[in-house]
Design a protein around this ligand. Structure first.
Ligand SMILES: *[C@@H]1O[C@H](CO)[C@@H](O)[C@H](O)[C@H]1NC(C)=O
Ligand SMILES: *[C@@H]1O[C@H](CO)[C@@H](O)[C@H](O)[C@H]1NC(C)=O
Length: 350
């Protein structure tokens, strides 16, 4: 009958002990973290066995777009990162780097860390959206040390895709084609250049449009459906240097459809993919002229197949999970990038 009291008393005492222990651990951890970073209490399963490896603590200030994912599986070749990743803001004071995903904090500058920054901590600005869709860049003025974006001149370059030498000699076969031109679009802005261009193009060639208010396309079917098309309109939502998204990498190249691109100039694309792997709308004086070129390719298989010659030497890589991007940050931080500050992000991110 007297059981409840001692139990709850005991419970409080245990709780007190645990709290004390945690406080001590955090204290010790903080105190030593700069000279001995291997004293890290919790590890992800990607924790390397090499005990001498110095582990950096990387805090995800937010989950990008609220998407939660396991912090333990990096895709090759970014696997085995020697970092402790966490989304728990309790680690703020001892984190070596805080990764701030722009779109999650851009509605109010109170969403970026308000607590004074511990000495030596990097603030990494992470963003994969184009400047047209990245409001309030001035929130970051005099706040960040490293940039992480699709821009190739970022401190940490996180493109939507890239090509790799096809070393395993994977034989690429052009998928069987039964359709002509496809376009998948979710953000339908009637004033955008791409929607206006499509409005012209469709008068001269059949274009199957998928997405919001158009033909249905389930995410898991995307590549299979698009692979049946000879051409895919990889039209970017806005035109900016290096802003070349999954529309090119996944929808076109991974599906085995020839990309017809609308985005930055041809030279910009050629920094990332072979000149003979895509068709650029700027190569034509009008949508009508582009349409007649596509018709011509449709009738001449030899000429059409030339758009796949590059596949004997290279293969496209795309669809990296979010976490792999954070693994890249880990690898970059281990290389001790120059610790600097970028006073006006908006002057660079245009
Ligand atoms: C098809 O294209 C090839 C390669 O450009 C060209 O040599 C050939 O003459 C074309 N055939 C026809 C029928 O136009
Ligand atoms: C990192 O950026 C902040 C804000 O600009 C700056 O105060 C800090 O000195 C920077 N770190 C270094 C050492 O460059």
């Amino acid at each position: 009958m007297s059981a409840p009291q001692p139990t709850s008393c005991h419970r409080y005492f245990t709780l007190f002990l645990i709290q004390g222990l945690i406080a001590f651990m955090l204290f010790a951890y903080h105190k030593f973290s700069y000279d001995d970073r291997s004293i890290v209490p919790a590890y992800t399963s990607s924790q390397p066995s090499n005990k001498s490896a110095s582990n950096l603590i990387i805090l995800l200030w937010t989950w990008p777009f609220g998407e939660v994912f396991p912090l333990n599986r990096c895709q090759k070749p970014f696997d085995n990162p020697q970092c402790f990743f966490t989304s728990d803001r309790k680690f703020y004071n001892i984190a070596n780097a805080v990764v701030i995903h722009h779109r999650d904090v851009c509605t109010s500058n109170r969403q970026i860390p308000q607590i004074p920054r511990p000495e030596g901590q990097y603030w990494v600005w992470f963003n994969l959206e184009s400047p047209s869709h990245s409001p309030n860049l001035h929130f970051m003025d005099k706040a960040i040390n490293l940039t992480m974006s699709y821009r190739s001149d970022s401190d940490i370059f996180t493109p939507y895709g890239w090509i790799e030498p096809n070393e395993d000699g994977d034989h690429f076969a052009i998928p069987p084609k039964s359709q002509l031109v496809a376009w998948a679009v979710s953000n339908w802005n009637p004033h955008s250049r791409r929607v206006r261009f499509y409005g012209e193009l469709k008068n001269h060639i059949q274009v199957d449009v998928y997405g919001y208010r158009h033909l249905p396309l389930a995410r898991q079917d995307t590549l299979v459906v698009l692979s049946k098309y000879k051409f895919y309109l990889a039209f970017e939502n806005s035109i900016h240097k290096d802003y070349i998204t999954e529309k090119l990498w996944a929808n076109a190249l991974m599906s085995g459809s020839v990309p017809v691109v609308l985005g930055p100039p041809r030279e910009n694309y050629e920094r990332f993919i072979p000149a003979d792997s895509f068709i650029h709308v700027d190569d034509f004086s009008s949508a009508k002229e582009l349409a007649s070129y596509l018709h011509k390719l449709d009738k001449n298989d030899t000429k059409y197949k030339q758009y796949f010659n590059w596949r004997t030497k290279f293969k496209p890589i795309s669809k990296l999970g979010w976490f792999t991007q954070y693994c890249k940050a880990c690898i970059a931080l281990h290389r001790s990038p120059p610790y600097r500050s970028m006073p006006y992000l908006g002057a660079w991110y245009t």
